[in-house]
Design a protein. Structure first.
Length: 846
RNA sequence: GCACCCAUAGCUCAGUUGGUCAGAGCAUCUCGUUUACACCGAGAGGGUCAGAGGUUCGAGUCCUCUUGGGUGCACCA
C-alpha cells in the first residue's frame, strides 16, 4: 500500500513549502564549500566543444561546432568555475505579468542546471524604480483612484512627492518579490538590490562624473523630444512613429509655395529653403518672401537637404520645432529661437499673433488653415505621414530646443583623465581610452567578447549602434536619481532666463511636485543673448560631483548653488546594473577576506537573458557602459526571448481580454506547468505561444512525474530484497539485463547527454521535449509496464528495481531545472524512505 | 524608404555542420473501466515542408527570384 502518497500531485500543498525549505537551507546562495567548486576542474569536463568524440555516437563529434553556444569555461579570480547572472530587475510598480514568468523560467533553468552541475552559481535579484514608467503608473493611479488621490491632496513638495512614490514603489517591490518566489526563482535574496539603494546611486554618480571628466557627458541646448502630456523630454528610443492619415498643405508664401504637414508651425518660421540645384527657384535664392498671416519677411536660402521631388520643392524652416529645420537653421546661422508653442503644445509667444494664442493641436491647425483658405493661399492633398509619438501616451511629440544633459555616443574619451579605478579591475590600459562608447559597443560584439544566442539580434544590434545619436539623459520628473550637477548664481543668471514657471507646472494637476518648476530647467535660447552665454561659460561651469553637494563654485566662489532639478533617464542607471550590484555585495568566502566583493568573483557575468524589446534600451547600454567602466563586457552571452502571445498568435492586451495572469495559472495548475508551457516548443528569440490547453498538458505531465515516483516508491514495500536496495550502491547486473532493460538504459544515457548539451547551448525547448518524450513515453509507457512483470520474477526483480530507481533519479535531476517543484516534492518522498542520499534535489550534484 | 526575420500536419510550433527529418503538443477518429496516473493507456488518420529556378550523388535544411506575413530602424517637410 502507498496510502501516504496521494494519486494526484497537489501543487498547492508543496510549492510554497518547498520554496521555504530551499531558502531556509541557503540553497540559492553560491556555495563556496561545494567540493566541485573547491577543485577547479579542467575545461574538458564540461565544455561540450571539447567532449571526447568517443562518447558521441555516429561519429557526430564535429557536429557540435559552429552555432553551438556551449558555455565556455570561465573561472573567477579564485580559479573557480562559475556561472553568474544578474536578474533583469522587474519594475516595482505593479504585479508580475506573463513576461516576467518567461524570464524567471529561462533564467532559473540555467541557474538550477549550473548549480546542480557544481558550478559556483549566483543569480542576483533586484528591483527597478523604473523612473518615468513608474511615475506614469503613479500618475494614472492618482487619476483613477479617488481615495488614493485624496490622501495626496494639497500641494506636495518635491520631497513629499518623491516619498509618496517611494512608498508606492516599495509596497509593489515586496509584492513583486513574493511573486517571483511563487514562480520558483532560485535567486539569492540575501544579495537583492534596489536601483535606488544608496550604494547603487553612488556608483551611478561616479560613472556620471567619470563620463563628464572624460568629455563624454555634456550639457547643451539641442532639439529634443518633448511630451506635452508628461512634461518631460524623452530619448530617441522613447518615441515611436505612427502612420497617420493626414494632409499635405501647400501654402503660398509670396512667389514660393511651401509644403508642410504642420501649417500651425508657420509662426516659428525663420526662412524658406530650396534645393540649390532647383532651377525653379534659383532666381529667388538670396531674396525674401512675405509670410501670410504675419507679413513677416523671410529669407530664401539654399540647402541640399531639401528634396526637390517632395511637395513643392520648397521647405519652410522652423528650427525650434523640427529636427531637419533645426539642422538647416544651425548650418545657415538662422535664429533658432522662434518658438511657436509652449510646454503644453499651445500656440503662444512673441512670434504668434494674439488671435492664435492658446490654441492647441487640431484646433490650432484648423484656425490657421481656415484663415489661409480665406485668403486663397492654401491647397491641401491627402497624405499619410509618420508621426513621432510618446511611447507611453501616444501623443504627438513636440520637438523643442532645450538644454539637457547628453552622453556623447560617438566621441572618443579623453585619455588623460583616466586613472586606476576604485575597484581595481580597470587599469588605464583596459579602460579603452581613446574609444567612443559606440566603438566599445560594436567591438564587444564583433570581437566575440559578447555573443548573441540568436544571430538576427546581433545584426539588429550592430545596425542600431552604427547609426547612434547622442543620448539625452535628462528627465523633467521627480521620480528618479537626481542629476549631480549644481549651478552657481552667475551661471544661472546667464542661463535661466526662461524657466518653467510654477504656474505652468501646477496646471498639470497631477499631484506631482511643483517644486520642480521653481528650479530652472535651463535656458530657452530665445531669451538668452548668445554672446553673453559664451562669455559666461568661460567663467562659470556646471559643477559635477560624484554625489556630494559642493560648497561653492570653484570659479566664482559663490555659495549660492542650485542643483539641477532633473533626474536621470532610468536606463542610464539600469545600464550599469551588471556591475553596480556586484560591486556592493559580498562573496563571504574565507579566502576572499581581503577582496570580498562579488564583483571579483562573478564579473563578467555569464549570460544576460531578457526580452528583445529592450535590446537597445538596456542590453546595448549595458555593453557600452560595462566596457567603459570596467574594461570588460558585462556578459558573455545574450539570450533574448520574445513576446508572449495567445493561441491565436495575438498579442496579449487588457482590451482584448486575452491576458494570462501568471499567478492565476500557478494557483490553478502550478508553477511547474506554467514554466514548462513557456519553454515547450519555443526556440530562442521567437515569440512564445501559450494557451490554457498547453498549460493543462504540462500540468498532466507533472502529475505523470509524480505517479512514476509513486509507482517506484510503492514497489519498494513489496520488494523482497528491500534491504539490499537500501544498502547497496550497485546499479545493475548486466548479465540479468532484459532487452527492455537495455533499451531504457541506453535511452536514459542518450537523454542525459542530449539534455545537457541542449541546455548548455540554450536550446531549452529541445531539452524539454526530449525529457517529456523520454519520461512519459519511453520510461512510463513502455518500461514501467514491462517492469511490472519483471518485478514479479524473483531473478529479475532486484535488478529491475535498481533500473527503475536509477532512471527516476536521473530523470528528476534532468527535469528539475524545468519543473523544480514536483521534482523536489518527489525527491523529498524518496529522502524520507532513504532511497536517495542527497537531502535536497536542488543542490544535489552527484 | 532601408534592414532583418518568417512561410513545415486542422491549430500552435520543433527540426542543431545538407544524408532514417517528414516530427511534437493540442485537436480529430477507433478501442480499452489492466490497483502508478482517466490530469490514463493502446492504435489510427492527416503535410508534394509557400511557389519557381539553381548548387549537390542527395535540400524544409545552401543560393537566386516571386508571392504572402511579421519586426526593427528612418530628419522626406
Amino acid at each position: 500500500m502507498h496510502d501516504d502518497i496521494v494519486p494526484a500531485y497537489d501543487h498547492l500543498k508543496h510549492e510554497s513549502a518547498l520554496y521555504l525549505m530551499w531558502e531556509k537551507n541557503h540553497a540559492f546562495q553560491p556555495n563556496f564549500s561545494n567540493s566541485k567548486s573547491q577543485t577547479p576542474r579542467l575545461p574538458s569536463t564540461w565544455h561540450v566543444g571539447q567532449v571526447n568524440s568517443k562518447q558521441i555516437p555516429n561519429n557526430k563529434a564535429q557536429s557540435l561546432k559552429r552555432d553551438d553556444h556551449s558555455l565556455e569555461f570561465r573561472t573567477s579570480s579564485l580559479g573557480l568555475p562559475y556561472f553568474s547572472m544578474v536578474m533583469p530587475p522587474p519594475n516595482a510598480n505593479g504585479s508580475l505579468h506573463i513576461g516576467h514568468a518567461v524570464f524567471v523560467t529561462l533564467e532559473d533553468i540555467m541557474v538550477r542546471y549550473h548549480r546542480m552541475k557544481g558550478d559556483l552559481t549566483l543569480w542576483l535579484p533586484g528591483a527597478d524604480h523604473a523612473g518615468f514608467e513608474t511615475q506614469v503608473v503613479y500618475q494614472k493611479k492618482l487619476e483613477k483612484d479617488p481615495s488614493f488621490a485624496k490622501a495626496k491632496e494639497g500641494k506636495r513638495s518635491r520631497e513629499e512627492t518623491f516619498q509618496d512614490i517611494l512608498a508606492f514603489t516599495l509596497a509593489n517591490k515586496e509584492n513583486m518579490e513574493n511573486q517571483l518566489r511563487r514562480l520558483g526563482a532560485s535567486c539569492d535574496w540575501t544579495r537583492a538590490k534596489f536601483t535606488l539603494d544608496d550604494d547603487i546611486i553612488k556608483i551611478v554618480y561616479q560613472t556620471f562624473k567619470e563620463l563628464y571628466d572624460d568629455g563624454l557627458v555634456y550639457r547643451d541646448s539641442k532639439i529634443i523630444n518633448w511630451c506635452t502630456k508628461h512634461q518631460t523630454t524623452l530619448s530617441d528610443l522613447e518615441i515611436t512613429h505612427e502612420d497617420r492619415a493626414s494632409e499635405l498643405y501647400e501654402i503660398k508664401y509670396d512667389d514660393i509655395t511651401v509644403a508642410t504637414t504642420r501649417p500651425e508651425t508657420m509662426f516659428g518660421d525663420v526662412a524658406v529653403a530650396v534645393n540649390p540645384a532647383d532651377k525653379r527657384f534659383k532666381h529667388l535664392i538670396g531674396t525674401t518672401v512675405i509670410q501670410p498671416l504675419t507679413n513677416r519677411e523671410l529669407p530664401v536660402i539654399a540647402d541640399e537637404l531639401v528634396d526637390r521631388e517632395f511637395g513643392t520643392g520648397a521647405l519652410k524652416i522652423t528650427p525650434a520645432h523640427d529636427g531637419t529645420d533645426y539642422d538647416i537653421g544651425k548650418k545657415h546661422s538662422l535664429a533658432m529661437d522662434h518658438t511657436a508653442f509652449d510646454f503644453f503644445g499651445k500656440l503662444g509667444g512673441n512670434w504668434v499673433p494674439i488671435k492664435y494664442h492658446n490654441l492647441k493641436g487640431e484646433e490650432a491647425r484648423k484656425k490657421v488653415i481656415d484663415d489661409l483658405e480665406k485668403l486663397g493661399l492654401l491647397t491641401r492633398k491627402p497624405y499619410k505621414n509618420s508621426v513621432a509619438v510618446c511611447y507611453k501616451c501616444h501623443k504627438t511629440i513636440e520637438p523643442m530646443v532645450l538644454p539637457q544633459w547628453f552622453i556623447a555616443m560617438t566621441k572618443k574619451t579623453k585619455s588623460e583623465k583616466l586613472k586606476a579605478k576604485n575597484y581595481g579591475v580597470a587599469s588605464p590600459q583596459s579602460r579603452n581610452e581613446g574609444k567612443s562608447l559606440q566603438e566599445l559597443g560594436i567591438e564587444a560584439v564583433k570581437s566575440g567578447e559578447v555573443k548573441f544566442v540568436t544571430k538576427k539580434f546581433e545584426k539588429i544590434y550592430l545596425h542600431w549602434l552604427e547609426n547612434l545619436r547622442d543620448w539625452n539623459i535628462s528627465r523633467q520628473i521627480v521620480w528618479g536619481i537626481r542629476i549631480p550637477a549644481w549651478y552657481c548664481e552667475n551661471y544661472l543668471k546667464s542661463q535661466m532666463s526662461n524657466v518653467k514657471s510654477a504656474d505652468e507646472k501646477s496646471k498639470i494637476g497631477d499631484g506631482i511636485s511643483s517644486e520642480v518648476a521653481t528650479c530652472p530647467v535651463g535656458p530657452r535660447q530665445n531669451e538668452v543673448d548668445s554672446s553673453e552665454v559664451e562669455e559666461e561659460q568661460k567663467t562659470c561651469q556646471p559643477i559635477i560631483t560624484a554625489g556630494e553637494t559642493p560648497d561653492k563654485c570653484p570659479t566664482c566662489g559663490s555659495t549660492q548653488l542650485t542643483q539641477d532639478p532633473d533626474v536621470f533617464d532610468t536606463w542610464f542607471s539600469s545600464g550599469q546594473w551588471t556591475f553596480a550590484p556586484l560591486m556592493t555585495t559580498n562573496s563571504n568566502h574565507p579566502e576572499l577576506k581581503e577582496r570580498s566583493r562579488d564583483f571579483e568573483t562573478f564579473y563578467p557575468t555569464t549570460v544576460m537573458e531578457t526580452g528583445h524589446d529592450i535590446l537597445f534600451f538596456w542590453v546595448a547600454r549595458m555593453i557600452m557602459l560595462g566596457k567603459y567602466k570596467t574594461g570588460k563586457a558585462p556578459f558573455k552571452y545574450v539570450y533574448l526571448h520574445g513576446l508572449v502571445r495567445d493561441k491565436d498568435r495575438q498579442k496579449m492586451s487588457k482590451s482584448k481580454g486575452n491576458v494570462v495572469d501568471p499567478l492565476g495559472v500557478i494557483d490553478q495548475y502550478g508553477a511547474d506547468a506554467l514554466r514548462m508551457a513557456l519553454v515547450f516548443g519555443v526556440s530562442a528569440g521567437n515569440d512564445i505561444v501559450i494557451s490554457e490547453e498547453k498549460i493543462k498538458g504540462m500540468r498532466n505531465f507533472s502529475n505523470k512525474v509524480w505517479n512514476i515516483a509513486r509507482f517506484v516508491i510503492s514497489n519498494l514495500e513489496t520488494l523482497n530484497s528491500k534491504s539490499e536496495v537500501l544498502n547497496k550502491s550497485q546499479i545493475q547486473n548486466s548479465k540479468l539485463q532484459t532487452d527492455a532493460d537495455k533499451v531504457i538504459l541506453q535511452k536514459l544515457e542518450q537523454t542525459e547527454k542530449s539534455v545537457k548539451k541542449d541546455i548548455e547551448n540554450f536550446r531549452f525547448h529541445e531539452a524539454a521535449q526530449t525529457l517529456y518524450q523520454f519520461i512519459w513515453h519511453d520510461f512510463a509507457d513502455i518500461y514501467i509496464e514491462v517492469s511490472k512483470k519483471q518485478l514479479e520474477d524473483k531473478d529479475l526483480s532486484l535488478n529491475t528495481y535498481f533500473i527503475l530507481l536509477n532512471t527516476v533519479k536521473v530523470s528528476l535531476k534532468l527535469l528539475h531545472p524545468f519543473m523544480p517543484f514536483v521534482t523536489e516534492a518527489v525527491w523529498q518522498e524518496m529522502v524520507a524512505r532513504k532511497l536517495v542520499s542527497d537531502k535536497m534535489l536542488i543542490t544535489s550534484n552527484s
